[in-house]
Ligand binder design. Structure first.
Ligand code: PLP
Length: 422
């Protein structure tokens, strides 16, 4: 009998124990995912610094050139020569790892500089780095609500998994308001005990539909009902506002938002997350949040490159303008070709498929027959029945690449008899 097969065996203490077939259960779980058409296959890609969005796709039968159309490295900052140089320099100066948590030898001067830079970007008193945007949301939301005992959290229905995790981990009462619906939020605020602390959590750019939340309206409600606000600007930092401070900068409301959260992993091209807010708030999270305290901090080369990229993106508004122009151009070309581009107010260009199996087939075909890499977006990332391709053109996707993309999509839409635009 193999170690993982079921049946009654004896352990070395001589007791009879029932051996569970754990492996079979893992496999059954995956089989269920597969039947629903949402089994995940990771494309094995080698990006080449200096050549993005071109890359090489490694498959069992060899290497194939592909163009990446679904990267969250929205501005191509992952290959910024200044950042690459900063990585090398910091590694030589400090070594490759940080060597500990922030409290136990893991704070370099670079961390301090980057936090000051990020606080300044959002016009806040202070900032705090985390190992990812996910962790920053989870740790901060849970800790803030925990500190404000008896707090009620008001959370947008479409919030990211990391914010939902924070809400759950807080153990606080929660009320979910309809997506981007201040009227519904007000109704929920109105029926909540005025004496209880209130935290409103939402995003600026929702990254699957590419729509934008009414930040000012939420701030008005926060004022009216005595709440504080937590804003995830992950898909907007570096991309909106004259200095890349996000939608809150663009709309002139950054000073009204209590906590602005962002990532270094998208427009800033690296990895890591952060929050910005008042000195007192940042100090509280720094001293209390387990997700900040009990984990090794970002490696110095990453932090050095982040300083470089945040400064670069901040100073180059023309990158943001070109980014918007490219997205608008692609939406126009898709519409013109009769492809079902979904309405989007931002740089995110979703194309509707509406079926998980077809969505996966379409992206397989794009990759294998056309050298176009777009990841299918299926449940649970988006609701069932709204499966889609999510295209993210960068300033580096030129007219020629766009023309080949449109040709490839038209061909795939024909081959799979997919629904065209109404
Ligand atoms: C990607 C994402 C995060 C997580 O950021 P990471 O730095 O990748 O962990 C948080 N919030 C939203 C809305 C995101 O899309």
């Amino acid at each position: 009998m193999g170690p993982y097969s079921g049946g009654k065996v004896s352990n070395n203490m001589g007791y009879g124990i029932l051996q569970m077939d754990y492996e079979a259960r893992f496999k059954a779980a995956v089989d269920a995912v597969r039947r629903e058409g949402r089994y995940r296959v990771f494309a094995d890609l080698a990006r080449k610094a200096g050549d993005f969005p071109h890359a090489v796709n490694r498959r069992p039968d060899g290497d194939y050139p592909v163009v990446i159309w679904c990267s969250n490295d929205y501005l191509g900052m992952g290959q910024n020569p200044g950042a690459i140089a900063a990585v090398a320099e910091a590694a030589r100066a400090y070594g490759v790892g940080s060597g500990g948590t922030r409290n136990i030898s893991g704070t370099t001067h670079l961390h301090v500089i980057l936090e000051n830079e990020l606080a300044d970007l959002h016009g806040k008193e202070a900032a705090l780095l985390f190992t990812s945007g996910y962790v920053s949301n989870d740790a901060t939301i849970a800790t803030v609500a925990h500190i404000l005992s008896d707090c009620v959290i008001f959370s947008d229905a479409m919030n990211h998994a990391s914010m939902i995790a924070g809400v759950r981990h807080s153990g606080a009462d929660k009320k979910i308001f309809r997506h981007n619906d201040p009227a519904h939020l007000e109704q929920l605020l109105k029926e909540t005990d005025p004496a209880r602390p209130k935290l409103i959590v939402f995003e600026s750019v929702y990254s699957m539909d590419g729509d934008i939340s009414p930040i000012a309206a939420y701030c008005d409600l926060a004022d009216k009902y005595g709440a504080i606000t937590y804003l995830d600007e992950v898909h907007a930092v570096g991309l909106y506002g004259r200095r890349g401070g996000g939608i809150s900068e663009r709309d002139g409301v950054a000073d009204r938002v209590t906590i602005i959260e962002g990532t270094l992993a998208k427009a800033f091209g690296l990895m890591g997350g952060y929050i910005t807010g008042s000195k007192n708030l940042i100090d509280a999270i720094r001293c209390i949040a387990p997700g900040f305290i009990f984990t090794t901090t970002l490696a110095p080369p990453i932090v050095a490159a982040a300083i470089e990229n945040v400064r670069h993106v901040r100073a180059h508004d023309e990158l943001r303008q070109r980014h918007q122009e490219r997205a608008a151009r692609l939406k126009y070309l898709l519409t013109d070709a009769g492809l079902p581009v979904m309405p989007s107010a931002t740089h995110i260009v979703p194309v509707f498929v509406g079926d998980p199996v077809l969505c996966k087939q379409a992206t397989d075909m794009l990759l294998e027959e056309h050298g176009v890499y777009i990841q299918p977006i299926n449940y649970p990332t988006v609701p069932k029945g709204t499966e889609r391709l999510r295209i993210t053109p960068t300033p580096l996707h030129d007219d020629e690449l766009m023309a080949s993309l449109i040709d490839a999509l038209v061909q795939v839409w024909q081959d799979l008899k997919l629904r065209r635009a109404a």
